[in-house]
Design a protein around this ligand. Sequence first.
Ligand code: PHE
Length: 363
Amino acid sequence: MLTENYLLPLHVNSTTQIMLKDKIEALKAQIAELKADNEEALEALRIKYLSKKGEVTALFNEFREVAPEEKRELGQRLNELKNLATEKINALREATKQQAKEQNKIDITRPAFPAELGTRHPISVVRKQIIDIFSRLGFTIADGPEVEDDWHVFSALNFAADHPARDMQDTFFIEKNEQDVTRNIVLRSHTSSVQVRTMERQQPPIRIICPGRVYRNEAITARAHCFFHQIEGLYIDKNVTFADLKQVLLHFAKELFGTETEIRLRPSYFPFTEPSAEMDVTCMLCGGKGCGFCKHTGWVEILGCGMVDPAVLEASGIDSTVYSGYAFGLGVERITNLKYMVKDLRMFSENDVRFLDEFKSAH
Ligand code: PHE
């Protein structure tokens, strides 16, 4: 009885021992094969084998049941198993880290195309075409501020104090002085202000173009916007005549719209030019025959011009008995509309890439 009682736990122990040995070997084989390709998978493996409730830890619990004489060998095997699992998981961790690093590396051998190229804005394209034409005629570019005082936008250009262009309907005011309009600060409503600044700085000969953005207090529609772009031209020297103006404008129209283009000057009025005119060019759609676009006249208007009023020359310190000059001003949006048949002005400021992409080949 005693022997039997004694043997019983022994028997249990040796069964546990055999089973444990097998389990250790099986786990070893399993662990040797482990794979993980990211941090989460790796953590899952660590939990599965090495955490408190993990499979390796479970075998250590079983080990407590093992007979003392077996403990040495099995203990050794168990420790080997634990080391194996720890090493394997560490090795896998290194490998995933390395892999992540590789993935973050820029592969300089990858082909660079297709790379989306940006396009020039149609307004920039046409502005450049216009500037190039006048540069070839010897005009240089002049610049000035967009926030201007009343003097440079209106007073020096012969606008009477009660001229409607100074009114709220047309002009954006930065500072408005009710008593004295000449003290107003405005967003320039035309680039003619740059004429004045240049004449104040420089004696003739003056031959400049002034490209720039201008602002007018208008409701935004397909045909009007509260800002747009102008290019103003000014030429002052001795003996400058209206014939010079006509010749330059004819050359400009032929360069921009094609050699077949003709021009027509109609009398007009601007406070700062005398005489003044508006210029039409032959309709580029029908070639002058008359169509819906030109309202069956064969002509489309593109700019305003005239001989600089002597009062304007004098206001900027230029002797009008010695010098004369001409000026002209055009809207870049309007010319772009005509060249590319853009019907809605708002397209120019909405940055719709489908619209802008159409100008990929323009330059
Ligand atoms: N500044 C005028 C405008 O904005 C255009 C213009 C310029 C007319 C020069 C004549 C001479 O409408």
